[in-house]
Design a protein around this ligand. Structure first.
Ligand code: AMP
Length: 199
């Protein structure tokens, strides 16, 4: 797979494997992953001012305010390593954030090339999140927040797919299967768009 300045977004319910798949695809394309969840968790771990602001929000499974999240993403996308492309994971998560991202990207004369939607049925997501809770002990992987985060995903994130769907850039990827199977499906979808060439 070769680099072709791809600007990508990966979307899927929690437990869909989007984090893992995003890292795989981005490293094949040599573009950075910009994961808002990872940025927040790193700040919480380091005890920064941002971390202190968002700890309770993440623990409750709620969304960090849009303005704050968008500002963090703009800063990250302005860095040198993101000029040749990037893979967004977990942002935008609602239509307000889509508008913020649109404004930022169009100001730079670029746009998203593809939105990868990992389709995983809710019971499967829940089962995977329970497993992750056992293995990694993430503080937001409790029964209550798992349900809350999946509800928020369905209510707020699904509508962004309508917006991107109208632009014809959404690729539905079946997220059930082995890691390699899902990666291959993503590679095939990107190939079909001319975004990803198989080396
Ligand atoms: P994730 O790792 O993507 O599941 O994100 C973990 C948590 O970080 C979410 O439950 C939210 O509290 C917060 N978060 C991540 N991305 C966003 C976003 N785009 N907007 C608001 N909050 C976010």
């Amino acid at each position: 797979m070769t680099n072709s300045s791809a600007r990508l977004l990966i979307v899927g319910p929690q437990g869909s494997g989007k984090g893992t798949q995003g890292v795989r695809v981005a490293s094949a394309l040599r573009i950075p992953v910009v994961s808002t969840g990872d940025i927040f968790r790193a700040n919480i771990k380091e005890g920064t001012e941002l971390g202190q602001k968002v700890t309770a929000i993440l623990d409750a499974g709620d969304l960090v305010p849009d303005e704050l999240t968008s500002e963090i993403v703009r800063d990250r996308l302005s860095q040198d390593d993101a000029q040749g492309g990037f893979l967004l994971d977990g942002y935008p998560r609602n239509t307000a954030q889509v508008a913020h991202l649109d404004e930022y990207l169009s100001g730079r004369g670029v746009a998203l090339d593809a939105v990868l939607l990992l389709d995983v049925p809710r019971p499967e997501s829940i089962a995977r999140l329970r497993q992750r809770a056992l293995e990694q002990g993430r503080s937001d992987d409790t029964e209550e927040t798992i349900a809350r985060r999946l509800d928020i995903y369905e209510q707020e994130t699904a509508p962004i797919l309508e917006v991107y769907g109208q632009r014809g850039i959404v690729d539905h990827i079946d997220g059930v299967g082995s890691l390699n199977e899902v990666t291959e499906r993503i590679a095939a979808a990107l190939s079909a768009r001319g975004v990803l060439a198989t080396a």
